[in-house]
Design a protein around this ligand. Structure first.
Ligand SMILES: [Zn+2]
Length: 299
């Protein structure tokens, strides 16, 4: 284990989208939200394992909580706060932003944030859309987040994907200049640029399915070439090989179940080699443009 008292040159970000295995978008077509109560829940136990793993390595993270989960497991939110991590908002009902009207989005976000702040006892500064669903079709969501008092967003994935992504968005932290002089910081998940395209580097299914040496290479590359933090993300169900299997289409099953058994070891390897802080710590840092030439900015 690395001595966490030794300052390391870079703090990266480990972010966790706290939702249960039956709430993911891949299963949304066949599991109605009104049925969520019927499933045996595993999110609390899995998140506790993550908290222990982070403690072992002196890492602190950002936990984007689904409001539905925060409401049912208030002691989990309090535990996240008590152990030095940042609670943030991952919507209430885990619906994609582009499927909502602006009014529905505002109501859902407000409800989730109120629950998390009430049970956690701290202010919520950050938002992450379910399934990276702030796309070119719903950039109005950024205005609403700023109006609602959020300081940052981490929902715009600068890649091509069938469900999400804004391929030409910036790859490293930037600031949206919004109406009324409002601003919102954006923290994109890590990507690698190859042959003119951006590829996911350190998150979710990609972290499970791509070999660990690819992720490690991405860390080294982003540190050396861009001097920027690597934003990692994953979900509590991704460390849980024992979760009940849901009868789904092959593609959804492949995305959801591949390499669940390897995930804890991969996280442990990253936690041993790198230092991690919550997004809120990065808000203090001045904007430092990477060496990459400026790309078309979203927002
Ligand atoms: Zn999610």
């Amino acid at each position: 284990m690395v001595d966490s008292s030794v300052p390391r040159p870079f703090s990266h970000v480990m972010s966790v989208d706290v939702e249960d295995y039956f709430q993911v978008e891949a299963f949304a077509g066949s599991i109605s939200r009104s049925d969520w109560e019927r499933f045996p829940t595993r999110v609390e136990a899995n998140t506790h394992l993550i908290l222990d793993l982070f403690d072992e390595h002196g890492a602190r993270g950002t936990f984007f909580l689904v409001g539905w989960v925060a409401e049912r497991f208030p002691s989990l939110v309090r535990e996240i706060v008590a152990r030095g991590h940042e609670p943030a908002c991952h919507s209430y009902w885990h619906r994609t932003v582009y499927s909502l009207t602006p009014e529905e989005f505002r109501a859902d976000t407000r409800k989730a944030r109120e629950v998390i702040e009430q049970v956690g006892g701290v202010r919520v500064l950050g938002y992450r859309a379910p399934t990276w669903s702030i796309t070119k079709d719903c950039l109005w969501a950024l205005e609403i987040l700023a109006e609602e008092g959020f300081q940052y967003d981490s929902s715009i994935y600068p890649i091509h994907h069938d469900l999400y992504g804004v391929p030409h968005a910036q790859r490293f932290a930037y600031t949206h200049a919004l109406q009324g002089g409002r601003q919102l910081r954006e923290f994109p998940p890590a990507t690698i640029r190859l042959a003119g395209c951006n590829f996911p580097a350190a998150g979710g299914g990609y972290l499970r399915i791509f070999p660990l040496f690819y992720t490690e290479w991405a860390f080294r590359h982003i540190e050396r070439k861009y001097r920027q933090p690597v934003v990692v993300y994953f979900h509590p169900w991704e460390i849980d090989p024992e979760q009940p299997r849901l009868p789904e289409k092959l593609r959804s099953r492949l995305r959801h179940y591949t390499n669940l058994r390897k995930m804890v070891d991969r996280l442990r390897a990253l936690l041993e080699r790198h230092s991690f802080c919550p997004f809120r710590d990065l808000l203090e840092m001045k904007e430092t443009p990477g060496r990459e030439p400026a790309k078309a900015q979203v927002g």
